[in-house]
Design a protein around this ligand. Structure first.
Ligand code: C2O
Ligand code: CU
Ligand code: CU
Length: 511
């Protein structure tokens, strides 16, 4: 905790340091949260010829994000965000995605094991006025996933404008008792931070530090709702939380300190519920939590400010990094009805999770995450023999590297052999955290700096926080869908980092 004097000193730095105009208390943080939380429509598609078919249209529009003010936004089948897509495990799903925007876009199914041509990444751009058709069999476990724009160099801007939505996969092995009535006791929470101008229009990358730190806003939207309130009508409520922010990590807690149970992570249920008081969720990570209410209860979902380290090395960059995620935000006011229905229970044991044995791995790949600020070390060429395309950047140059290399659309960084198990060792050699994401499925964490991960990270994951200086080892099996020509991506999910080079490509090959 900071003393009042430290806080004042810190505020002085922030105000006087020129780099920061971000108010510590975001817009509206003082007022009451009274607007009913928007619940995105649920789309179950329609079954046509043995496949579940979804028709999705990328469109632009005007959305009243702040009360009485309209912003130019993007959305899917609407003006901001998209419907919650409901898929069934083992079913074939088909998506027709029509781009009615005035620029190229794409739609990526985050967290899914699928052929690379169906992935919706930078190699599947959808030109304005055209339709892209994707199809894949859903093999993911029941859980919370998402979809979002992934067009080269512009994912950040397009997601910021609203091109994202939640996906829920249903799975018959799912414990029946868990709260699961969408919009009643099973509530999607899409967390985003945004910055607005005086007219209520979204601002993007209008400050120097946005490119370095990633785009962070001072105003929180949940499912696109400003200052939202949800009124539980059941004793147990399950929240499916998606961090859809471009760059901000949320440190979730209930402001009265009540514990909650985390039941799922990125790739489905944990083996058993984990009781938590706070939960860090980096961009693209998901968590399902269950919160218990008494009749008439009031509490609030908040993001706790991270403690500011007492000292940091000098320099503007370090000052910026020092305060990342130090702001506290109110996210959602929760006011239970005076009578609550009983709805479900949380079983002590949820699902059996097969742990991939470390000994199954036949190869270890190392990935160094680096930022091009100040001096750039030149010793690391990374794997492959292609040209180095990184040029460094100087302080705040806004260039990001994996193994000394920036994403190049026609350069394959890694070749992975079919039906092998690999360890990927992620080493963060930069001064800030990077959430590392791998396409084409789910992995498991082996350790963080040699220590086994906490219980709530023992499930399947597709995105993992790698803190500054940390070494994270994960293990992943690579099956199906070999394709010499069409790669999958791996990247930092701070979208401004991804858009500026912190991404690489791998192909899955027969040998
Ligand atoms: Cu959420 Cu490469 O994406
Ligand atoms: Cu992805
Ligand atoms: Cu990053």
């Amino acid at each position: 905790m900071l003393s009042r004097r430290q806080t004042l000193r810190y505020l002085g730095i922030a105000a006087g340091g020129m780099l920061f105009n971000v108010p510590l208390i975001g817009r509206g943080q003082q007022s009451t949260f009274e607007t009913a939380l928007n619940i995105p429509d649920m789309a179950s598609g329609s079954v046509v010829e043995e496949a579940r078919q979804f028709d999705l249209t990328l469109q632009s529009g005007r959305t009243e994000l702040l009360p009485g003010q309209f912003a130019s936004t993007y959305g899917i089948n609407g003006s901001y965000l998209g419907p919650t897509l409901r898929l069934n495990r083992y079913e074939l799903s088909r998506f027709s995605v029509t781009n009615n925007l005035a620029e190229d876009s794409s739609l990526h199914w985050h967290g899914f094991h699928l052929p690379p041509t169906e992935d919706g990444g930078p190699h599947q751009p959808i030109a304005p006025g055209t339709t892209w058709n994707a199809r894949f069999q859903v093999v993911q476990y029941g859980g919370t996933y998402w979809y979002h724009s992934h067009v080269m160099h512009k994912s950040g801007e397009q997601v910021y404008k609203g091109l994202a939505g939640m996906i829920i996969v249903d799975d018959e092995e799912h414990p029946q008792d868990l709260p699961s009535t969408y919009g009643v006791d099973d509530i999607p929470l899409i967390l985003q931070d945004r910055r607005f101008d005086d007219e209520g229009e979204l601002r993007y990358l209008n400050r120097y530090q946005d490119i370095v730190m990633g785009m962070m806003g001072d105003t929180i939207l949940v499912n696109g709702t400003f200052q939202p309130q949800f009124r539980p009508s059941t004793r147990l409520v399950r929240f499916r939380i998606l961090n859809a922010a471009n760059a901000r990590t949320f440190n979730l807690a209930l402001n009265d300190g009540r514990p909650f149970q985390q039941i799922a992570g990125d790739g489905g249920l944990l083996s058993s519920p984990v009781t938590m008081n706070s939960l860090q969720l980096a961009p693209a990570e998901r968590a399902e939590i269950v919160v218990a209410f008494n009749p008439g209860d009031s509490t609030e979902l908040v993001s706790l400010g991270r403690d500011i380290p007492a000292s940091a090395p000098p320099g503007a960059m370090n000052e910026m990094l020092r305060i990342i995620n130090s702001e506290r935000f109110r996210l959602l006011s929760l006011n239970a009805e005076s009578r609550l229905a009983d709805s479900g229970t949380v079983p002590d044991s949820l699902v059996a999770i097969y742990r991939i044995p470390e000994a199954a791995a036949t190869n270890t790949r190392r990935f160094n995450l680096m930022m091009g600020s100040g001096m750039r070390s030149g010793e690391d060429r990374g794997p492959g023999d292609g040209p180095r395309n990184g040029t460094g950047g100087g302080s705040g140059g806004g260039n990001y590297f994996i193994n000394g290399r920036q994403m190049a659309i026609d350069y394959i960084n890694e070749r992975v052999t079919l039906n092998t198990t690999e360890i990927w060792e992620l080493r963060n050699r930069s001064p800030m955290m990077h959430p590392f994401h791998i396409h084409n499925g789910q992995f498991q964490l082996l350790d963080r700096n040699g220590t086994p991960p906490p219980d709530n990270e023992m499930g399947w994951k597709d995105t993992v926080r790698v803190d500054s200086g940390e070494v994270v080892r994960l293990i992943m099996r690579f099956t199906d869908y070999t394709d010499e020509n069409n790669p999958y991506m791996y990247h930092c999910h701070i979208l401004e980092h991804e858009d500026r080079g912190m991404m690489g490509q791998f192909v899955l090959v027969n040998s």
